[in-house]
Design a protein around this ligand. Sequence first.
Ligand code: XMP
Length: 326
Amino acid sequence: QWTTSSIVDDSVEAVRAQVGEGRAICALSGGVDSAVAGALVHRAIGDRLTCVFVDHGLLRAGERTQVERDFVAATGVRLVTVDAADRFLSALAGVTDPEEKRKIIGREFIRVFEQAARDLQAEAGESGEHFDYLVQGTLYPDVVESGGGTGAANIKSHHNVGGLPDDLKFDLVEPLRALFKDEVRRVGLELGLPETIVHRQPFPGPGLGIRIIGEVTAHNLEILRAADSIAREELTAAGLDRDIWQCPVVLLADVRSVGVQGDGRTYGHPVVLRPVSSEDAMTADWTRLPYDVLERISTRITNEVSEVNRVVLDVTSKPPGTIEWE
Ligand code: XMP
């Protein structure tokens, strides 16, 4: 019988066999896969695992707390947070091209992670220790996909902790390599992770950086974060989280339209709601959200976020549209 607890036991044994008395680093993204991989490896080797969380400043409201407070409370893991928001913002200044944004964010991520890994190595070195292992939340479909080569996954450049320099080579620990997403979620629950982490909807590595059409500035991030958090609140309140795959909120920072509020003319930005239904993100359909939920989201965003005077709905399936706008 292939139960969740036997998957956990077997994986813990396998990690112990692989890592032995060694040390491991795990980059947390806030997503399900890295959280479950980290929790599993922590169960296996305890404090010989250190998790690193890079805050690139492109996260949604509350996500950093979810990692720093909720994940740590549930696991007791050793966590190092790197505050890198300013660095990412400087690197992104003036950039509007989607692929360029993705490349910059990926590159900066590697650099920041590399520095964090070096700092940890230096610290461990003082007691004659060394980090030899890097934990990754690779799932079975990722394994198949990267063996399969082309396809929709390669339409946009994705970022991951690959591309580290030679003197920082780690052996990979991939405890989820044989699992599908639903099994990973069950393993996460079995390990005591909160529902908010285990059932989190997908969120792209480059974060809000690819949900701002136009330049990624601190001000634009603030606007998008506020609008996004209202949309998420209302979708959750309506009990729709498990019905939709994800609902990106996109700020059209390069677009302005005329509106009216009270007696005054406004000239603000639109945000787009992009609710989608999907099995695996390779194809998707736009979700027919109830009109009353759409209305609440729209009313609240235009009332509460002064820079936004229009809320529009994306009714495109994938293909031809991708889920994210960049
Ligand atoms: P697209 O926009 O290609 O997105 O239809 C498909 C799924 O992938 C997510 N996505 C990413 N996830 N790093 C990630 O970890 C990325 O660079 C990235 N880009 C897109 C997207 O949110 C959707 O679930």
